[in-house]
Design a protein around this ligand. Structure first.
Ligand code: GLU
Length: 278
């Protein structure tokens, strides 16, 4: 079976060595198997993404010797597709509008006797799930901003037990309920990381997702969305994250580790590939 991999960075800063390792991993896997390697720019967050970072990503990858198949997919150009996917779930009663502000959620959690935590922090307490149909309609009619949340209990009941294939570990049980009622449509854009990444992996025919181990827990949620939409499940290979000299994972805030800084310091692409362990 031919494989299709992808590298899907968010243009919120310059690429660093950790990104180089992730991109090279996906690219090598595809090229070694005679498969396809895709580049996708995950730029749905208008407050954090900048076109100059997108341009820098393409330039830095090319400098590293990475080439990609077909056009680069820009998520910001496909909001209509994400909106349509949300409408499908809403039509099945699996989403509800959430009018809560972050501050209101934090207050409610602080006041609760117990605050269950998921992989991404405290779970949403479900305030807006409990609204009456009349109140919901009134607030929608009043133009109050809202996010769209997944009714996790219903979604899990509909999907049944799920698992995914993790290359180094075999079949793992997916337990998306740990995330609670996640936001699938944000207040500012009709999309979210979890929805877009799952939608696009299916839409682009990705068969092997290679990405950092920090995203492994989210795979449970991605499997749930694949099941709800009837999309095929790719196989997954999460790789360990590179750490800096201080033992902390590399992050965009460590400007010195950016590929541009290395290039400007005269480091060759071959040396960067060696540093990335590839
Ligand atoms: N856009 C995500 C990031 O930059 C990666 C998405 C993925 O590989 O699933 O962290």
């Amino acid at each position: 079976m031919s494989i299709t991999t992808r590298f899907a960075p968010s243009p919120t800063g310059f690429l660093h060595l950790g990104h180089a390792a992730a991109a090279l991993t996906a690219w090598r896997r595809a090229r070694q198997a005679g498969g396809r390697f895709l580049l996708r720019i995950e730029d749905i967050d208008p407050t954090r993404c900048r076109p100059e970072y997108t341009a820098a990503i393409l330039e830095d990858l090319t400098w590293l010797g990475i080439d990609w198949d077909g056009p680069v997919r820009m998520q910001s150009e496909h909001l209509d597709e994400y909106r349509a996917a949300l409408e499908t779930l809403a039509g099945r009663g699996l989403l509800y509008p959430c009018f809560c502000t972050r501050a209101a959620i934090a207050r409610e959690i602080a006041a609760a006797p117990a605050a269950p935590h998921g992989p991404d922090g405290p779970l949403y307490p479900g305030t807006c799930r409990a609204l009456s149909a009349a109140e919901r309609a009134a607030r929608l009619a009043g133009g109050e901003p809202y996010a769209l949340r997944l009714d996790m209990a219903r979604a899990v009941a509909e999907a049944g037990p799920l698992r995914w294939h993790e290359e180094a570990a075999g079949w793992l049980a997916a337990e998306p309920a740990r995330f609670g009622d996640v936001v699938l449509g944000r207040k500012d854009v009709p999309a979210s990381y979890h929805l877009c990444v799952t939608h696009d992996d299916a839409r682009q025919g990705v068969t092997l997702v290679t990405r950092g181990a920090d995203l492994q827990p989210a795979t449970a949620l991605h499997r749930l969305l694949q099941a709800l939409f009837g999309w095929p499940a790719p196989r997954y290979a999460h790789h360990p994250l590179l750490t800096g000299a201080d033992g902390r994972r590399l992050a965009k805030r460590d400007g010195a580790a950016s590929l541009r800084a290395m290039r400007q310091a005269g480091i060759s692409p071959e040396a960067v590939r060696a540093l990335a362990g590839l």
